[in-house]
Unconditional design. Structure first.
Lengths: 114, 115
């Protein structure tokens, strides 16, 4: 069975500081990995995804995540955060070759302080 | 890009009444749609998976007769909360998958408050 662990429920950080949101998964087969962002009272928006190829994937707003197969991780990073990055971030995994239903982590609340 | 429209964005209803939430894929055909429920400060809980033209598959613990799902076309799925009670108050989110295994698009969610 696949599972996703987001180790931090809340990450407070000052504006312009770097941030890393951690995500680890468990699966015995190939996976697709995703990061979603959710602003208050809104649905989820895809931030970035890893399907295959380069292990480093980037989003258009400065976030990046690196797929590390040996450590079964897909941590999300940003070198300099903005107030507007304050949101809930969800990591998700799809078990390739299975039902293709994503499993979500519990979410990490990123709080950016001025 | 793929867009999923979910309506209404919020609704308040009286206890005992039914509420219908719509989820539409605007620019692609959704072979599969998912309905989630989200409690405050928590992750998404998958309620059911629906495929066009067939009965929905409900997750364990989700009452089929209470949460009616209809996926009548490749672009529309509806969730009806029947005889709603205050404990049904929650944030409901739909997502749709097109013909690619990696493509999931989420609706903007519906905040249901039952009074």
């Amino acid at each position: 069975a696949q599972s996703v662990t987001q180790l931090d429920s809340q990450v407070p950080v000052f504006e312009e500081a770097p941030v890393e949101l951690r995500c680890n998964y468990s699966s015995s087969v190939s996976v697709y990995l995703f990061w979603y962002v959710q602003y208050p009272n809104q649905g989820l928006q895809l931030l970035l995804k890893y399907l295959s190829g380069s292990t480093l994937v980037e989003s258009i707003n400065g976030f990046e995540a690196e797929f590390n197969k040996s450590q079964t991780s897909f941590h999300l990073r940003k070198p300099s955060v903005h107030i507007s990055d304050t949101a809930e971030y969800f990591c998700a995994v799809i078990h390739a070759g299975g039902s293709y239903i994503p499993t979500f982590g519990r979410g990490t609340s990123l709080i950016v302080h001025p | 890009g793929a867009v999923v429209s979910q309506h209404p964005s919020w609704v308040i209803c009286k206890s005992g009444t039914s509420v219908k939430i719509e989820c539409r894929s605007l620019d692609f055909q959704a072979t599969t749609m998912f309905w989630y429920r989200q409690f405050p400060k928590q992750s998404l809980m998958l309620m059911a998976t629906s495929n066009e033209g067939s009965k929905a598959t409900y997750e364990q613990g989700v009452e089929k007769d209470k949460f009616l799902i209809n996926h009548a076309s490749l672009t529309l799925s509806t969730l009806t909360v029947t005889s709603a009670h205050p404990e049904d108050s929650s944030f409901y989110i739909c997502s749709a998958r097109g013909d690619r295994d990696d493509g999931y698009t989420f609706g903007s969610g519906t905040r249901l408050t039952v009074v």
